[in-house]
Ligand binder design. Structure first.
Ligand code: IMP
Ligand code: MG
Length: 180
């Protein structure tokens, strides 16, 4: 399937599942050597990162890793609102830990910036960011991304966890909005 329609909008395939899996494999190789022996806490940012987190964690095969979930929302329709809401918070002990944030996509960067602030204020020893996708042209804040899967243009995408108004998360490939 090369095109999908979600609500009122058409999307065209732009990254295949094979492209995405290759990027995740490369991220995992790098992360594994950096994180071996560090008793890392991975934090998956819901909803979007659920598929990425699942695929990455299976590739990592770390024996001392833990995973937890934080549910945030900042997007409405096809653009970022700039306001990040916390819908489900963290219960884990963060102080003194190496924490790796797993994010589906970094757009303006406000979400990741907020998570970094939250983890530092809870006393994390080290905070690293792993983003499957990154839109460099959309970035509005000064943050450092430690692991990036694929850099993409500043277009709206869906699939592999990413949605347009709650739909489209359940596709194995990634699709870009077709501009009318
Ligand atoms: P940021 O706070 O602007 O960096 O946006 C991050 C969040 O917005 C991501 O975690 C996604 O959930 C969502 N988002 C950003 N770009 C897109 C997109 O192109 N499609 C779907 N969701 C997106
Ligand atoms: Mg997200």
């Amino acid at each position: 399937m090369k095109r999908i329609k979600l609500w009122d909008k058409e999307f065209e395939i732009s990254l295949t599942n094979a492209d995405i899996q290759l990027a995740i494999k490369q991220m995992a190789d790098k992360m594994k050597s950096d994180l071996e022996g560090k008793e890392t806490l991975f934090i998956c940012i819901l909803n979007g990162a659920f598929i990425f987190a699942s695929e990455l964690m299976k590739e990592l095969e770390l024996t001392d890793a833990e995973i937890s979930f934080l549910k945030l929302a900042s997007y409405s329709g096809t653009s970022s609102t700039g306001e990040v809401k916390e819908l489900i918070g963290l219960n884990e002990e963060i102080a003194g830990r190496t924490v790796v944030v797993l994010e589906d996509i970094v757009d303006s960067g406000y979400t990741v910036q907020r998570v970094i602030g939250q983890l530092i204020s809870k006393g994390a020893k080290e905070v690293k960011i792993a983003a499957l996708l990154f839109k460099p042209d959309a970035l509005k804040v000064d943050i450092k991304l430690d692991y990036i899967g694929i850099r993409i243009p500043n277009d709206f995408i869906v699939g592999f966890g990413l949605d347009y108004n709650r739909r489209g998360r359940n596709f194995k490939d990634i699709y870009t909005l077709v501009k009318e």
